[in-house]
Every structure is written in C-alpha cells, then in structure tokens.
Design a binder for this molecule. Structure first.
Ligand SMILES: Cc1ncc(COP(=O)(O)O)c(C=O)c1O
Length: 460
C-alpha cells in the first residue's frame, strides 16, 4: 500500500498529465491549467494534497449519499471480500448478496417492479433497459416498435446507446448518433416556458411527446426514457403537470415508460425515488450511484411485471449481461448502504435539509442581479445565472460565466458544477445545517466574484 509520505514524494500531477486521459475533458485545456489531487474524504468534505478541505456540494458525481468515510461500508466490503470476493451469476449460480439485494430493491421500489438485473454503471443500466424494451416488443411480435424517445438535455450515460438516448448534441456528434433515437422538448420552464405558467408549460412539454408519437407512429416506438428530474442537463425540475400527462400519453399509445433514476434514486429528491416524488409508474427503472453511495460501481434495472413476464416466459435467452453483473462485494456494500439510507431516514432528511438550503439560498441571493432562479427538490437544485433576470435572457456565449463561477467555487473550497450557466448542487444527504450555511456562504462569495468579472454583460 502507498503511504501518505510516499504519495507526497511522487509527482502525481506530472504523471497524470503524462499518462491519464480524464473523462469528459478537453485535455489540452486541462494541461494548460492544473489538476487537483484528491487524497481523502470525510463526511461531506474532500481533502486535497495541497491541504484544502473542500465541501463537496456535488456528492462526488451525485452519488455519495451517505457521505465519505463510512466504516459500515468498508466493513461490508471487507467481510464479503474475505468470504467470496467474486463469482458470476451466469452458470445457473447465484450468491447471497445478489439475492438479498434483489429482494430488497423489489420491496423498496414502487409496486410492480419485482425483478432486478444488475450491471456496473448507470450507462450499462440504461443500455440494458433499452435493450429489454426492444426485446419485449420483439418477443410480442412487434419488432418494428424500436424507436426510443428521449429529451433534449437528457443524460442517460455514455455507452453508445445511452448517449444516443440522451439529448446532448455534442455527444451525438462524437460517434453516438444512432438511428431510431429521437428527442423532444424537456420540461425546462425557466428556459423555454416563455409567457406560459409553469402548469401550462408542463402540459405543453408533455404534449410535444404526444405530437412526436403521432408523427412517428406509435407502432414504431418502443419506449420513452426520462429522468424524473434532469440532473446533468441542469437540474431541470418538471412542473407538477408534466409527468401525469406523460404517463397518460405512454399508456394511451402503448409505449413503455423508462424512469432513469440514476441520480434521483435513494432519497435525493426527498422521497426514496424520483418516481415517488413525481408520481411516475415506470415499466423499467434504472438505478446506480447512491445505490452504493458510490463506494463501488453497481447499477440495476428494476423490471416491471409486464416486461418481466414476457422476458421470463416467452423470450428465451436474453443475450445480455456483464462479467460483474451482481458482483457480490458491490451488492454487499449496497445492502449496508441501504441500511444507512433507511436507518438514518436520509430521504425525509433530504426533504427537510433541502428546504433549509433553499430558504438560505433565497435569503442570500434572490436580489442578486445575476441570479434568475433558484430551484430545487430534496437535496438537489440549481441557480440560474443570467444576463437579464427580468426577461430571463441567458449569457451569450453560454457556459462561460458558469465556468468562471465553478472555478471561484473551487477557490472557495466548494465543489459545485456548472451546466451551461446554471450552477447545480447535490450534496451528500448527511449534510448538517452548519455545513449548509458554509455551502451557502461559499457559493454566495463565488457568485459575487463571478459578478465582478461579468457585470458589464448583466442588465441590472
Ligand atoms: C440520469 C443518468 N443516467 C445515467 C447516467 C450514467 O451513469 P454512469 O456514469 O454511472 O454510467 C448518469 C450519470 O450521471 C445519469 O445522471
């Protein structure tokens, strides 16, 4: 094992530049700037090699729900590693953690989702769900039902199927544009709502889906996939009218509904699932991230009875799976993590602490000339930085102000993410009130510093 003293002696950052390709990164730009070496995690904080203690307002990548440094999770991994570090579930074999977790997820998820299929990442779960949807229709003698409908700014991962289902055009351009994937308007009221009320816009956005279905023909469409709220697209929270209307449309047109709960799952929105918060009854549900609080890679697709019955009884072999599907150590960590999430009531806690966080952000920033909207549900939210808050005019070019603000956040020892010019946050669900105050004051300072740089672009 590498000691901390030795870690200091090694030129980690030089070696990183020499040998490591980072995900979602412009490497040339990265090499012109600098990389931080994160060495430890404690509660809601990260520690870096330069001695900074950074409040992680993003819970890693939306995943570290239970916080860093939880001995329960380490112990669960060690115990399972000692007993059985790995075995697969391909050869008419199973393991105790995978069975126990399947049963637990069937109980925890909304009624009707009674079977779990495991993978390692959110992307793989999405890939699996999309293939299941198409295989479902093939098995039912409807192979022409294969179009997948996603949404602009949707994010469903970075496998080719996941990226194609997502609505990030830059990803599509880089070899992730596939036939039979289409995208509709997201329920992004702040960006697209115009003069409509939020309730009107929710129905309007949902009906864009219905128009698309009518133009393509429901007989050609396998599924609609959506995050209960769109996380990586900028924490786009749908108006209350949106999901019930989407559900009606999917039902009436006989299209499977896939809820991508990779971010929302396990308490983030103040209920156990985003589907509970928004009243969604999905046919398939993808889970990852907070399933293990990010301690080990694990994801799952929860399969509704309608699809499971066909897959189990009629499909024959489903030609899909991964070496690490149902990895016993990851499943054991997930079980211990669910003990924490349920035992510490982290979902209702997220509802309560999220309200406190939003109240304090409103008090600090509502009057700021560059803050157009503060929104959130549970412990996930966003602050829209805009050029003109009265007309909801965005900066041009978009994204530059957000990046400046993100850098200032880091300078103030706070991790927040910029999506275009929308600052998003999703701290660990264990965050305390004192840490919320710290988050708000560091974020406010970063916004003030950003404003000092871009004030000339803002209509006050
Ligand atoms: C909603 C959603 N789906 C899928 C994914 C992909 O998950 P992963 O990065 O684990 O492949 C993400 C990642 O952020 C996500 O937010």
């Amino acid at each position: 094992m590498m000691s901390d003293e030795l870690a200091v002696a090694v030129d980690w950052l030089g070696l990183d530049t020499a040998h490591h390709l980072h995900p979602f990164t412009d490497h040339k730009a990265l090499h012109e700037g600098h990389v931080r070496l994160i060495t430890h995690g404690e509660g809601v904080f990260l520690l870096d090699a330069a001695g900074h203690k950074i409040l992680d307002g993003m819970a890693g990548l939306w995943c570290v729900a239970a916080g860093y440094s939880r001995p329960e999770l380490v112990d669960a991994a060690a115990a399972q590693m000692t007993k059985l570090p790995y075995y697969n579930t391909f050869f008419k074999t199973t393991t105790q953690p995978v069975v126990a977790l399947s049963q637990r997820l069937a109980k925890l998820t909304p009624p009707g989702l009674n079977h779990a299929f495991f993978a390692c990442s959110g992307s793989e779960a999405v890939d699996t769900a999309l293939r299941m949807a198409r295989v479902f229709w093939q098995t039912k003698g409807r192979p022409e039902k294969k179009i997948i409908i996603g949404r602009e700014y949707g994010y469903h991962g970075s496998t080719t199927l996941g990226a194609a289902a997502g609505g990030m055009v830059d990803m599509h351009r880089q070899a992730a544009e596939l036939p039979n994937f289409v995208h509709v308007l997201p329920p992004y009221w702040y960006g697209y709502g115009g003069q409509m009320s939020e309730a009107e816009f929710g129905l309007y956005a949902a009906r864009q889906l219905e128009d698309k279905i009518k133009s393509l023909g429901a007989g050609n469409i396998a599924a609609f996939i959506g995050e209960p709220l769109q996380g990586a697209g900028g924490v786009i929270i749908p108006p209350a009218t949106y999901w019930p209307e989407v559900a009606r449309i999917c039902r009436e047109h006989d299209i499977l509904l896939i809820a991508d709960e990779v971010i929302c799952g396990f308490g983030r929105t103040g209920a156990m699932f985003g589907s509970d918060t928004f009243g969604i009854t999905p046919d398939l549900m993808t889970l990852a991230k907070a399933l293990t609080s990010g301690y080990l890679p694990l994801s799952a697709v929860m399969v509704g009875d309608r699809v499971a019955d066909v897959l189990i009884n009629d499909t024959g072999e489903f030609y899909h799976g991964f070496t690490y599907s149902g990895h016993p150590v990851a499943c054991a960590v997930a079980l211990a993590n669910l003990d924490i999430i349920e035992g510490e009531a982290l979902a209702p806690r997220a509802a309560q602490m999220g309200q406190i966080l939003r109240d304090r952000l409103h008090a600090a920033l509502d009057d700021h000339p560059m803050v157009g909207e503060i929104r959130g549900v549970g412990l996930i939210g966003a602050i829209e930085l805009v050029a003109d808050k009265r007309t909801r005019r965005f900066f041009d070019p978009r994204g530059r102000t957000g990046m400046i603000c993100r850098d200032y956040c880091f300078e103030n020892n706070l991790v927040m993410r910029a999506v275009r010019d929308t600052m998003v946050f999703s701290p660990p669900l264990i965050i305390s009130e004192a840490e919320i105050d710290m988050l708000v004051s560091r974020c406010t300072r970063a916004i003030e510093q950003t404003y000092a740089r871009v004030q000339h672009l803002v209509t006050a």
